[in-house]
Every structure is written in C-alpha cells, then in structure tokens.
Design a protein around this ligand. Structure first.
Ligand SMILES: NC(=O)c1ccc[n+]([C@@H]2O[C@H](COP(=O)([O-])OP(=O)(O)OC[C@H]3O[C@@H](n4cnc5c(N)ncnc54)[C@H](O)[C@@H]3O)[C@@H](O)[C@H]2O)c1
Length: 424
C-alpha cells in the first residue's frame, strides 16, 4: 500500500449521520477535510442539503458552514468509491434483547463494495469485542476481494460523545484508536488526529471495543448502586443526596453517581447488553450487568409507587388525578427521548387512570404506545396538577415555579430544595 497517492474527491466518508456521525462531519469539515456523508434516511439528507440540522447540539449555521467547506450528503452508496477513508457510525441496537448488527452489516457491505485498495476503514459504532475483526473485516474482504492489512487499512475507534455536554465534545474528548496492525493504527491516528486534540492508541481493536463497553457498564452499575441505596435510604430516613455530597469530599477513590427515575438513551440501557451477550456465549452470565439492569429497569415502577403513596397520604387516588411530568427527554437539555424512563413511568400512570400532561422545553411530541401525552407549555397554559414529577432536570426549569404549579412535587433527582418537594 502506498498512502497519500489517491486522487479521490473526498478525504473521508461518514456513514450514518446521526448523533455520532453528524458532529464528526462538522468537525472534519472544520479541520479542512473534504467530507462525504452517506445516510439511508433520505429526509435527513434533504435537511442537510437545505442547511438544516436535526440534532440539538448542532446549529443550522454549522451545517451551512460544512456545506460551504464542500460537505456533500447522499443516499447513494456508489459515491463511497470517491472516498479515501470510511468512518462507520451506524446504530447498533438490540432486537429481542440481542445485538442487532444489521445496520453495521449493511454499511460494511456498502463500504466493501466500493473499496479499490489503499483506503482506511474505521468502525465507530459501539459493539461487543471482536466485531471489528470477526464481523466487519471478513465482510469487507468478501465484498471487495481485498485483504485487510495488505490492501486496505482497518481500525476501531469508539465514540464517546455525550449529547448536551457543553464542556466535553468530539474535539476535546480523548479518542481511543486501535488498528488491526500498526499501519492501520497509524493511518487512523493521522485522520482522527485532525479532528480530535488527543488520540490514545490501544494495541488491539478488541481492547478498544471492550474499553467502550467498560465505560458504559461502569456507569450502568454505579447508577444502579445509587438507585438501590436511594430506596433503602428513604426508608431509613437518610438523605441519599447529602450522603453522596459528603462522600464526594474524599479527594480519591470515590466518584459520584446519582439515583434517578431509571436510565435512558443508548449508552447505558443498551450497550452493556452487547457485553452480556458476548459473555453469555462463554456459557455464564455477566452478573453485574444483569443486576444493574434489574435495578435500573425497576426505577420507573418505584417512581409510580412513590407517586401513589404521596397522593394517598393526601386522601387522593392516582385514578383521576392530574399528574404532570416535568422533563421527558432521557437526560437534561436534550430533545432525545430514546429509552427514556419517562415512558414506562407514563405508561404505568396511564394504566392507573392518571390524567397526564408533560412539560419539556426540548420535546414537542411525547407518545406512549402510540398515544400522545398532552404537551403543556408554561407560557400559554396554566399548569396545575395534583402531582408533578420532576424526571429530567432541564436547565430551563425553575424549581419554585415547578413546585408552585402542583399540589405535590416529587423530585426524583434530589435537586429541588427539600422544603418545596417530596423526594424519591
Ligand atoms: N448517541 C450517543 O450518544 C452515542 C455515543 C457514543 C457511541 N454511540 C454509538 O454510535 C453508534 C451510532 O449511534 P447514533 O446515536 O449516532 O445513532 P443514530 O440513530 O442517531 O444515527 C445513526 C444513523 O445511521 C443511519 N443509518 C443506519 N443504517 C445505515 C446505513 N446502512 N448506511 C448509512 N446510514 C445508516 C441512520 O438512519 C441514522 O441516521 C451506535 O453504535 C451507538 O451505540 C452513540
């Protein structure tokens, strides 16, 4: 292979223009790279070509800037033939609780069909250890008739992006990179070093794949620990949030995690299942993940139990009560409702006969089993309710206004002053 000889139109093709792929497009264009974006959802491509972003962390102006820098979005995979490098950022969901690599296989097929030799392929999607070398590499080789490490370069570089995080983004979060051989690592470091300030080399894709899953599993397990403690601390009359604040003063050996109504998004509820699936193939369970899953998945039911108790203490039933959910996105300051714990909370409250509404400045529509929940806009609608439940603490919320709007405010996050609310 002789790097740097190509005369293709694009330095890099990003495959999958979602929460991970689109920020990469923007940063790569900013770094002066010529970027192609391949996306199967044609409506997303239409938005991009009009200079419109569909991701809250990316402004329309940034898309316009990228287009002016030469960014081209397409649904036509044949255009991949014009790229020197391919970065795969497609979803890796679960189907019936097992990893669903169908998008990855589809993307790998499209890339493999357009390799001509000397290109670099980087997988960024989260998956179980072995995916790069046992799934993607043979697929690319089969489709292209070329050999990884001989005719093209292959690496894994997990994405750590944290939507809504204004301090840590794609550029300043250290990037793990592991090629299948030293030449692949060097090519991947050279490319990703243009968009990330710090690239950290890992010796093998398996270790990098596992590192990504360790990061997510670590959060999953520690959040579960806090959730379990929150439940018995309340019964013991102990304020779990003060406990965490106190423990956090230790300058070493402790990292704070917090209880809440459950876990949402992709990284925590979904990704650890990729690891437990792989461990399960060894013939035994990954017990920490199984336990964390059980505890975190039980939190929405616990929130509803607390809501029921609080109404009951005031002589009211959930049936017929007006209940307002504050924040239905899965985390603060984003519009993303994927796997949000607000959904099982709402489902259970509806089943008990509650009259539900929600307030969320970032979410326009919130459907539970296809049924839209009434959206309340504090600017237009008088918000009043028998009970309000603070699920996701968006920056825009003012605790005193939330507390004043409802008879009882149940704070699942430990943020509202104790004299204004009831706690989880
Ligand atoms: N969202 C996060 O915060 C985050 C953080 C770190 C890692 N990840 C991982 O990154 C990967 C992508 O996640 P995401 O959040 O960006 O998902 P996403 O659903 O937001 O975006 C993926 C995009 O890929 C497109 N797509 C699917 N199949 C395709 C194909 N064959 N060709 C081209 N486009 C295709 C989809 O239409 C979608 O627009 C996943 O493995 C995820 O686990 C996500």
């Amino acid at each position: 292979m002789t790097p740097g000889k190509s005369t293709k139109k694009f330095d890099v093709a990003v495959i999958g223009l979602g929460f991970v792929g689109l920020p990469l497009v923007v940063e790569a264009c900013r770094s002066g790279l010529r970027v192609l974006g391949l996306e199967v959802d044609s409506s997303k491509v239409q938005h991009l070509l009009r200079g419109e972003s569909y991701i809250a962390d990316i402004a329309d102006a940034e898309i316009t800037e990228a287009l002016e820098a030469g960014f081209h979005a397409t649904v036509d995979s044949s255009e991949l033939a014009e790229a020197e490098a391919h970065v795969i950022c497609v979803p890796t969901p679960l189907k019936d609780q097992v990893p669903d690599l169908s998008s990855l296989i589809e993307a790998g097929t499209a890339v493999g069909d357009h390799l001509s030799g000397d290109e670099l392929v980087i997988l960024q999607s989260t998956s179980y250890p072995g995916t790069t070398q046992d799934e993607l590499q043979p697929l690319l080789e089969r489709r292209s008739g070329l050999r990884a490490g001989e005719d093209f370069y292959l690496a894994y570089a997990p994405e750590r992006i944290d939507p809504g995080n204004t301090s840590w983004g794609l550029r300043n979060t250290p990037k793990l990179v592991a090629g299948i051989d030293p030449a692949s690592t060097n090519r991947a470091v050279e490319l990703l070093g243009k968009v990330c300030e710090q690239v950290v080399v890992v010796s093998n894709p398996r270790e990098a794949e596992m590192a990504k899953l360790l990061e997510n599993t670590y959060r999953h397990v520690n959040i579960a620990l806090m959730n379990e403690m929150a439940i018995f601390c309340r019964e013991l009359g102990i304020d779990i949030w003060e406990v965490i604040r106190a423990a956090s003063t230790k300058p070493f050996g402790f990292q704070a995690f917090y209880p809440g109504p459950g876990v949402g998004g992709h990284c925590i509820p979904v990704d650890p299942n990729y690891l437990s699936f792989r461990v399960g193939q060894l013939g035994y369970p990954f017990r920490f993940v199984e336990l964390a899953k059980e505890i975190n998945a039980g939190m929405p039911a616990y929130v509803v139990r607390r809501a029921t108790e609080l109404l009951n203490e005031r002589g009211k039933a959930v049936n017929g009560a007006r209940v307002v959910l504050f924040g239905v996105a899965y985390k603060p300051d984003v519009a993303d409702t994927r796997e949000t714990p607000a959904e099982p909370v709402a489902r259970k409250l509806l089943a008990l006969g509650a009259r539900l509404g929600f307030v969320d400045p970032h979410v326009e529509k919130f459907l539970v089993d296809g049924v839209p929940i009434e959206r309340l806009d504090p600017a237009d609608d008088p918000i009043d309710g028998d009970l309000g439940i603070l699920l996701t603490p968006h920056r825009a919320f003012e605790w005193t206004k939330l507390a004043a709007a409802v008879d009882i405010l149940l704070d699942t996050r430990g943020l509202v002053p104790a004299d204004l609310c009831e706690r989880l």
